[in-house]
Design a protein around this ligand. Structure first.
Ligand SMILES: Nc1nc2c(ncn2[C@@H]2O[C@H](COP(=O)(O)OP(=O)(O)OP(=O)(O)O)[C@@H](O)[C@H]2O)c(=O)[nH]1
Ligand SMILES: [Mg+2]
Length: 441
């Protein structure tokens, strides 16, 4: 699922990486390619068009962060636009109890399977749940649900002799009330098409069942057709959500991206397997993350955006210009770096860093240096020359280090300060990379 689209997008982002900046022309090219990739993945034309326009506008409005590669920045822009496709999303399922859920959809869409999956989902939340076999014409359909119910130890309410679906709903409601069932899941009959017969029956069921949730189960592989089918159902019953089944299959992903926009109806669950535990609550972030496969880049850019324009960079530059960089600045800088996250992730983000072998920066070591500096008095941090043997012993003890480690730090700091003298006037990122490089053993 989504593999092809994922691959194409990765290629587009890779191309952008070669550019120094996001410009009108390289953004336009990337957006054009994205549109083609979306259409090839069977995303609805209108949805693809709107999404691309949104991406283009956002990308051009971005402040360019010198510390981030254009490709990475663009990934973040695209990520946010995709997540916003689902922004009218009503999270989860109705909390009212007793809850009645009506599952509808075309033949073979996955209704009965989804009924069992949802049953298990509620059961795992310790809610008393029952399934109703709503197909009054096909005995095999009742059997299928019964078998599933039995294997999961979930009651299935059936009246095989009852030929009126409306009467069936009445019986089921009465039985559920009597048994104190909190969640009743009605597995409606399917048809080949969303024709008059099917829709009329469904409408009648809905009228009697008064479901708080009416979920359309649609096959992810149906692509754009899934959206059209949903619209047909919507004309007769008030859908509250969509379950996209067979998401584990080889569908191209278009339905997942278009359904919600086309129907203005939230995607609530994904069917990700034939087995009863193959159900996922739909989370836009997760889908988009899976699609882009670049969750760490998005996180990095977010943190960089938060931190890089922070005043601390300017402050440090100022200190360097005046040549008054001291151990306090060193520790501030270190904290700042740590705030950004695991050091390894940062490497690719900062020019200069990315040239260092990853193993050369040891996170534990940064923690150790920080602890040592924090054990110094403010005066000592300002004037490391004060650090005589006695003080070094005290600091070692206070930070749980050895005197040798304290000595090492002081030596390295002095080396660094010398080096900083040479660095005056260079960019903050470059200074940072030199700083961190200076901690190598
Ligand atoms: N791989 C996979 N298969 C699924 C999924 N959901 C359903 N299926 C399969 O799809 C087929 C049809 O599923 P059903 O649940 O019987 O479909 P239905 O909508 O109840 O069909 P009718 O009652 O005939 O209208 C079965 O073989 C299921 O095992 C899913 O999420 N992933
Ligand atoms: Mg069925």
């Amino acid at each position: 699922m989504l593999d092809l689209l994922q691959e194409k997008l990765a290629g587009i982002f890779k191309n952008l990486r070669g550019f120094g900046k996001l410009s009108e022309s390289n953004v336009a090219d990337a957006v054009k390619e994205i549109r083609m990739a979306l259409l090839a993945a069977d995303v609805n034309y209108q949805v693809a068009k709107e999404l691309c326009e949104d991406v283009r506008k956002r990308a051009m409005g971005q402040e360019v962060l010198s510390s981030i590669k254009p490709g990475e920045q663009f990934v973040k822009v695209f990520h946010d636009a995709l997540v916003d496709l689902f922004k009218e999303q009503e999270p989860g399922i109705h909390s009212v109890r007793p809850l009645r859920i009506l599952l509808c959809g075309l033949n073979g869409a996955g209704k009965t399977t989804t009924a069992a999956k949802l049953g298990l989902w509620f059961k795992r939340q310790h809610q008393s749940v029952a399934l109703v076999a709503g197909d009054v014409t096909r005995p095999a359909a009742i059997q299928q649900l019964q078998t599933l119910g039995k294997s999961l130890d979930i009651p299935v309410l059936t009246w095989p002799e009852e030929k009126s679906v409306e009467r069936l709903v009445e019986l089921a409601r009465a039985e559920a009330t009597q048994r104190g069932i909190r969640v009743l899941i009605f597995d409606a009959a399917g048809r080949l098409d969303a024709d008059e017969e099917l829709l009329a029956e469904l409408q009648a069921v809905a009228l009697k069942l008064e479901p708080q949730e009416t979920l359309l189960v649609a096959d992810a592989a149906a692509g754009q057709t899934a959206g059209k089918v949903a619209q047909a159902f919507q004309s007769r019953v008030a859908l509250t959500g969509i379950v996209l089944s067979k998401f584990d299959g080889d569908a191209r992903g278009g339905a997942a991206l278009s359904m919600q926009r086309m129907t203005k109806c939230p995607l609530k669950f994904l069917g990700v397997g034939e087995k009863p535990d193959g159900l996922e609550v739909f989370m836009p972030e997760r889908l988009v993350g899976r699609l882009l496969g670049m969750g760490d880049i998005v996180g990095l850019v977010e943190r960089a955006q938060e931190a890089f324009d922070s005043a601390s960079m300017e402050k440090m530059e100022e200190r360097l210009k005046k040549n008054s960089f001291d151990l306090q600045d060193f520790v501030d800088q270190m904290k700042f770096i740590r705030k950004l996250g695991p050091l390894e992730n940062l490497l690719g983000m900062m020019p200069g860093f990315n040239k260092l072998p990853i193993s050369s920066i040891d996170e534990n070591k940064v923690g150790r240096l920080e602890a040592i500096i924090l054990s110094m008095t403010p005066q000592e941090r300002k004037k490391p020359d004060l650090l005589n043997a006695r003080r070094r012993q005290r600091i070692a003890k206070g930070s749980g280090s050895t005197v040798t480690q304290v000595n090492e730090l002081v030596t390295r700091f002095n080396e660094m300060k010398k080096m900083l003298g040479r660095l005056k006037g260079s960019s903050p990122e470059k200074m940072m990379s030199q700083l961190m490089g200076g901690q190598r053993r």
